[in-house]
Design a protein around this ligand. Structure first.
Ligand code: BES
Ligand code: MN
Ligand code: ZN
Length: 503
């Protein structure tokens, strides 16, 4: 689906959508376009609203009028936007997303939309219009690669959405940037959705490698190199799989100086069976998504490069498959990490932290980053704590934590700060090695995972995002169909734009 911008002339045909604000006692508040259309159609709009009974202009409500009299429109949607003065970026995205999805089910290939709010909104018209287009793109995502028998009338029909605004030139310019972010979210969703027989460490590394066409410098480190570096912790996880592990390093040097980069680190377990600490089959079903952290890092690097962000950023992802086999690591094994610290692996299903331990250390050691942020589907416990609405945020640095929280709020990818502390750290002391990879069952599982990671970051300002609950959802949302959400791409892109980019 393509998005374009045009002035606010009512189109002569096709599908049209107009925002309708919630008014006071007088009921829904029509904007100027709706008023003029109502006149043209001899009151058809107001009659339809009256007939709809409960339509008040509340967010999410709508009225659909087919072939409105006095016009040649095929259909007119009146979309509730809530109180105009509360209308913000999120509301604009939802409006665009829900309209795109709705029109796509009708068979219509073109549609136009205008916010048409008479009253001032929280965001200016440029931002509102661009965000409507952005939401429409995010909401139209589909993964169709493996469908061979879909009936034509089940396929999404919308090809072209025109956002009508008095600020079309500005909106077009702003949207051009958001459109690249949407492409990057699509990339991340595709990677997370690909089945694990197709997407495994080597093929995921190939996908990261493809960012070189945007000017990202990409290095792919294979087993021999990882052995040389001493990444015994990551290699231990990979050793039960027939797939070779890879670490991919992506560098975007957009600042054009030698400034210390911001580092993004991603867990890329392309399938997590649990290893010898095998998961029950019901929990294993969804474990192709265990590389969502790495996919978010790849997507974020894609966004920065595509919009030529003036920042130095580096992405490091650890790609492995966690499988049981005669070669697999055993519960009780002791491995040596690149940092020199030894780890007693008591549960092979707590593998994400073992992968991250080595790549966090590697990134810190090699790049001396100004800030380091890891994303990982690390623990089921974070879903118990926060459900699917917010990711867990753990950090050794209040400023970084605050910036992430702010970026998440601004972009609709929210994070909630969780504690770290010595009293938790003690829980991973081991009897025979420097640490063990689990704490006591059922106690603060997400914090324990974060404490483990913290032992590999030194003094670097660092944040860990546990995205196990937010990377995949089983329910449709206006800007994210059920399945992979692409969580993290918008968050990291916004963090850079707001705090690390040269203006
Ligand atoms: N990839 C899982 C985390 C996960 C679990 C994500 C469920 C989404 C849903 C991770 O590797 C894992 O297995 N974690 C264990 C840790 C435990 C063994 C300490 C968990 O959460 O059960
Ligand atoms: Mn696991
Ligand atoms: Zn895992």
């Amino acid at each position: 689906m393509k998005v374009s911008f045009a002035g606010t002339a009512i189109p002569s045909q096709g599908a049209l959508a107009l925002g309708v604000a919630k008014g006071g006692k007088s009921g829904p508040r029509l904007g100027p376009l709706a008023e003029s259309l109502d006149k043209k159609s001899k009151g058809a709009l107001k009659r339809a609203i009256k007939a709809a009974e409960r339509f008040s202009g509340d967010k999410g409500q709508s009225v659909e009028i087919l072939a409105p009299a006095g016009t040649r429109l095929s259909r007119l949607f009146l979309l509730g936007i809530g109180k105009a003065e509360d209308f913000d970026a999120r509301a604009a995205e939802s409006l665009g997303g829900s309209l795109a999805r709705r029109v796509s089910a009708t068979g219509e290939s073109r549609a136009a939309i205008a916010l048409d709010a008479a009253k001032a909104t929280k965001i200016d018209e440029v931002e509102a219009s661009a965000r409507i287009g952005f939401g429409a793109r995010l909401g139209s995502y589909r993964f169709d690669r493996y469908r061979t028998k879909e009936k034509p009338d089940k396929k999404p029909s919308l090809r072209q959405l025109t956002v009508m605004t008095r600020a079309s030139a500005g909106a077009q310019k702003r949207f051009a940037v958001l459109d690249k972010v949407a492409d990057s979210v699509y990339l991340t969703r595709d990677l997370v959705t690909e089945p694990p027989n197709v997407l495994y460490p080597r093929t995921l590394a190939d996908q990261a490698q493809a960012l070189s066409k945007l000017g990202v410098k990409v290095e792919v480190l294979g087993r021999a190199k990882l052995e040389k570096l001493g990444m015994g912790s990551l290699l231990g996880v990979a050793q039960g799989s027939s797939h070779e592990p890879f670490v991919v390093v992506m560098q975007w040097n957009g600042a054009g100086n030698g400034a210390a980069p911001v580092a993004f680190i991603g867990k890329g377990v392309t399938f997590d069976s649990g290893g010898l600490s095998l998961k029950p089959s019901s929990s294993m079903e969804e474990m192709k998504f265990d590389m969502a952290g790495s996919a978010a890092v790849i997507g974020a690097m894609c966004a920065l490069a595509a919009r030529k962000a003036k920042v130095n950023a580096v992405g490091v992802v650890g790609l492995v498959e966690n499988m049981p086999s005669a070669h697999a690591q055993r519960p009780g094994d002791v491995v040596k990490s690149m940092s020199g610290q030894t780890i007693e692996v008591l549960n092979t299903d707590a593998e994400g932290r073992l992968v991250l331990a080595d790549i966090l250390w590697y990134a810190k050691d090699r790049f001396k980053p100004a800030a380091m942020i890891d994303l990982a589907t690390l623990t089921g416990a974070i879903i118990v704590a926060l459900g699917h609405h917010q990711a867990g945020l753990f950090s050794n640095n209040d400023e970084l934590a605050g910036r992430l929280a702010g970026a998440g709020e601004a972009e609709g990818e929210r994070v909630w700060r969780m504690p770290l502390g010595d009293e938790y750290d003690k829980d991973i002391d081991s009897e025979i090695a420097d640490m063990k990879n689990i704490g006591s069952a059922g106690k603060a599982g997400s914090i324990i995972g974060a404490q483990f990671l913290q032992r590999f970051v030194g003094d670097t300002p660092w944040a860990h995002l546990d995205i196990a609950g937010t990377a995949w959802v089983n329910k449709d949302n206006p800007t994210s169909p059920k399945g992979a959400t692409g969580f993290g791409v918008r968050l990291l892109n916004r963090l850079i734009a707001d705090h690390y980019e040269q203006k």
